[in-house]
Design a protein around this ligand. Structure first.
Ligand code: SF4
Length: 92
């Protein structure tokens, strides 16, 4: 399998959790039920966790895909109405 050159080593690079090293240089990620065994320089099925020199790194750490401005609890207690009202005010 071809080696991926997606990993930019930087101070922001975050070592992943929920994995263990294997004697053959691969790492075993058990974060999700796929249980990937990832070779050096390769990424798991999700392409967000990658093996660099026998350590597993999470490429998405600190880079959320979405942010929720209101906590879920607020949504249950009228937060959704407040959000709609704010949107209507902005639209007018
Ligand atoms: S798909 Fe990603 S999170 Fe799931 S086991 Fe594989 S590398 Fe880990």
């Amino acid at each position: 399998m071809a080696e991926l050159n997606v990993l930019q080593v930087s101070p922001e690079l975050h070592e992943a959790q929920w994995w263990e090293a294997e004697p053959n240089g691969k790492v075993h990620c058990y974060l999700c039920p796929r249980h990937c065994h990832i070779g050096r320089g390769q990424a798991g099925f999700c392409f967000i966790r990658t093996n660099h020199d026998g350590k597993l790194y999470s490429l998405g750490y600190g880079a959320p895909a979405a942010l929720q401005p209101f906590p879920a609890r607020s949504m249950r207690s009228g937060g959704l109405r407040k959000l709609r009202r704010l949107r209507m005010e902005r639209a007018s």
